[in-house]
Design a protein around this ligand. Sequence first.
Ligand SMILES: Cc1ncc(COP(=O)(O)O)c(C=O)c1O
Length: 284
Amino acid sequence: MKIAHATGIGRSAVRRVGVDARRRLDVGALAAAIARDRAADEEPFLVVGTAGTTGYGAIDPLPAIADLCAAEGLAFHVDAAWGGYALLSDRLRGFLRGIERADSITWDAHKTLPVPMGAGMFLARASRATAEAFHVSTSYVPDAVSGGVDLYQHSPQWSRRFIGLKVFLTLAELGAAGIADLVDRQTAVAALLRDELARAGWTIRSDTPLALVCFSHPELEPSRERVPRLLRGLEARGDAWLSEVRVPAGGSLLRACVTSHKTNEDDVRALARALDRELASLRR
Ligand SMILES: Cc1ncc(COP(=O)(O)O)c(C=O)c1O
């Protein structure tokens, strides 16, 4: 929405497309929205899919969206700001199949890797479109160096901060295998949390291979008040910080996202105990 506003396309040009039962973009609804806009003389040009939604970790059906974009002549962007880390792991990479067909991708290294904020990246195929959008010619800027893509001619910035250094140093120190190991460990810790919560009577409400768990409890559901109250109590004790996901139909869920490679099995068990304690205190 912000980008639509900033580029002048306008917020009203953005179409929200519905999701299926697994909270993944509904490709049938997307095709219908494109047809509806064309019939109204509007000009759809870009589809944004998400690989790992913030709330639930849902991964949109990227191959089907890529097919539709190819058939309709639309650009395809994948928001992999969080979930893009799956590409670093042999175990998870397959879940992002189709992302290689995107015209552009966003990925935030700081959301998973041990690098400070911010290390967000926008990756785009250098194309005629990026050249047309960003090409300028001045007397004081040297000609493009041959043998590479001149980012000055394919992106908004010329002088840029060296954000890549911290990402590069992390990769250089750990190597691809070391990074994959971190990612797999975070995912395994989230899977353990899922199991511990289910065993303790919590209801798992997300369906993602990524390091995130949305959950609730039958005792929390009758009232909209209880999830925020439980979260406030948990935070006040300084035990853990979880976020809240509001459900469109009403009410909310608890959301735990494992974002640090330092989170371990003991933390998971401590969190499960803390949650049980908070639930018990709501009964009083
Ligand atoms: C899926 C997704 N996209 C985009 C963003 C925003 O990223 P940034 O902080 O780099 O703007 C987030 C942040 O949580 C996210 O989870």
